[in-house]
Design a protein around this ligand. Structure first.
Ligand SMILES: [Cu+2]
Length: 82
């Protein structure tokens, strides 16, 4: 599956490299894409061998913050009053 994360604490391209390297080491990760300008990360991984929480922990271990972004596939059940 593909999951997007909001990343905090990045300051330069070295931060991007560091996160991509660390997350890329996780078993089950297929592709990691970090965007410095958008402060976001997209990870493609095998949900059978890795959890979103483990990815968040990995980013935190590297010294940054990560929050999973809900995609349009996930209905949070929020309704707007009209
Ligand atoms: Cu940096």
């Amino acid at each position: 599956m593909k999951q997007k994360f909001d990343i905090t604490g990045m300051g330069c391209a070295a931060c991007v490299n560091r996160i991509e390297t660390e997350v890329g080491k996780l078993a089950g990760v297929g592709d990691v894409n970090v965007n410095l300008l958008k402060n976001s990360m997209e990870v493609e991984f095998d949900e059978g061998s890795l959890t979103i929480g483990a990815i968040v922990d990995c980013v935190k271990g590297a010294g940054y913050g990560a929050t999973p972004v809900m995609t349009e596939n996930l209905n949070l059940g929020e309704k707007k009053n009209s």
